[in-house]
Design a protein around this ligand. Structure first.
Ligand SMILES: NC(=O)c1ccc[n+]([C@@H]2O[C@H](COP(=O)([O-])OP(=O)(O)OC[C@H]3O[C@@H](n4cnc5c(N)ncnc54)[C@H](O)[C@@H]3O)[C@@H](O)[C@H]2O)c1
Length: 424
């Protein structure tokens, strides 16, 4: 197939920006449309805010003349392909599709016969075939699946994971008609090495929710086990190492201080909401997993309290150094980070809290209400703390130095080794 010339990507965040870079790389003329003026200014100045895209990559995309970051809707005119990669958060426990609706309305104004629109944002089954299809059809007067093509292809990138590049991750594709599926697949065949066609968008939407619910539930399982094992005096990490030697029928997940980011705390609730509203059933696994994972930051604070108590110290007035505020290793993403909840709780209990995380911006810049002292990872900083808590397992931390110089470490990620270290 000859490459269509113009691809619009609505939303230039963790998902949209890497996609835009890949589309430029394979030869498209790409418009990166985002309503956030600050982000677009940074993109135009070749200053990346997403770890998986380097500023050098951005710079060469701009220099190619085939990447235009913009807040200007008129730049979307005459698009041949449009991808929607905007947030799908929760509002009062249910899906908030405001951003998808806004993006759809903006695209409808420029939608011409023969063009292709693909939703990549995570959402409940039916979003593409019902909500988005209706909205586009109303907005442009053309029929989805006949006059223009429409499909869903869930994004699967794993920010901070250098092992799987976007083009190496197989992509599930779907369309609202056979012709739409063919158009969606033909497009993604130019973007990634392997596409997997499913019969309808709702199966593709469910596939994405299954993937994230699977992780959420399994993380909750090991978190509950970790709490039980700590009380029973059993080393859950060693038990997991042993279980993971089974060559089939087992997939390892690790305990941690809770789940964060845009996916795990949110996506399973889209599925539970859909199940409740479409067939009137409660998704008990998701409720239980939410319950366990939501409790983890409080559990970590409880363990911090016990660790200090053993040394005849109270949390109130103690110096606590947190290692890692991002929810995920080697990323700057603090959305829904359990580390922030741990920090907030420690501060409210009177601890003097400092943090080390070279990946993140100051949390107050992200709207976090509690002010925390930012520290550098030095022997001095580690040794004066009454307690060091490892919350994010970034690779740029010298865990050996931490274990050597800290009076006491509560390691929720199993990265430190030594006499003074205790694990979740
Ligand atoms: N972050 C991940 O690892 C990941 C992985 C797979 C899927 N997803 C899903 O992809 C979607 C996007 O997530 P993200 O992490 O990239 O979000 P993000 O917040 O990093 O980026 C979204 C961008 O969309 C912009 N935006 C919002 N409404 C807009 C509109 N109407 N017009 C133009 N721009 C608009 C925002 O300004 C923001 O820059 C979500 O549904 C998410 O669940 C995320």
């Amino acid at each position: 197939m000859s490459l269509p010339r113009k691809v619009v990507i609505v939303g230039q965040g963790y998902v949209g920006l890497p996609l835009a870079m890949r589309a430029v790389e394979v030869g498209y003329q790409v418009v990166g449309f985002d309503k956030d003026r600050y982000r677009v200014e940074r993109l135009a100045a070749a200053s990346s805010y997403v770890e998986d895209v380097t500023s050098a990559q951005l710079s060469s995309a701009l220099a190619s003349g085939r990447y235009l970051p913009t807040t200007e809707p008129a730049q979307m005119s005459s698009f041949e392909v449009a991808l929607i990669t905007v947030p799908t958060p929760l509002r009062e426990g249910g899906p908030d599709l405001t951003f998808v609706e806004e993006a759809g309305r903006a695209l409808a104004e420029h939608l011409k016969a023969g063009a292709l629109v693909v939703l990549e944002s995570t959402s409940y089954p039916g979003t593409t075939e019902e909500l988005l299809s209706d909205l586009l059809t109303k907005g442009c007067g053309l029929r989805a699946g006949e006059d223009f093509h429409l499909g869903y292809s869930p994004e699967r990138i794993d920010p901070g994971n250098a092992h799987f590049r976007l083009e190496e991750i197989p992509k599930v594709v779907s369309g609202v008609s056979a012709a739409s599926l063919a158009a969606v697949q033909a497009f993604y065949d130019t973007m990634v090495h392997k596409t997997i066609a499913v019969s309808r968008p709702r199966e593709a939407e469910l596939a994405k929710l299954i993937e994230n619910t699977f992780r959420h539930v399994n993380i909750a399982l090991v978190n509950e086990l970790a709490m039980f094992a700590a009380d029973a005096g059993i080393d859950v990490w060693e038990a997991l190492d042993a279980a993971a030697t089974k060559p089939f029928g087992f997939m390892r997940f690790n305990p941690g201080p809770g789940v964060g980011g845009h996916c795990l705390p949110i996506d399973p609730s889209y599925l539970a909401w859909h199940m409740r509203t479409s067939v009137g059933r409660t998704f008990r696994f998701v409720e239980l997993a939410n319950d366990v994972n939501d409790h983890m930051p409080d559990y970590v604070v409880g363990r911090a309290n016990l660790a200090l108590n053993r040394r005849q110290l109270a949390l109130n007035g103690s110096r606590v150094l947190l290692l890692g505020l991002a929810y995920k290793r080697n990323t700057s993403d603090m959305r829904e980070s359990p580390s922030l909840r741990v920090a907030q709780r420690l501060v409210s209990l009177g601890a003097q809290v400092a943090y080390v995380d070279d990946h993140v911006a100051a949390p107050e810049e992200d709207g976090f209400e509690v002010r925390l002292r930012r520290a550098a990872l030095t022997e001095q900083e580690v040794s004066v703390a009454d307690l060091v808590v490892v919350l994010t397992d970034h690779d740029d931390v010298d865990y050996e130095m931490v274990a050597t110089h800290a009076k006491c470490v509560l390691d929720t990620r199993h990265r430190c080794r030594g006499e003074t270290v205790e694990y979740l």
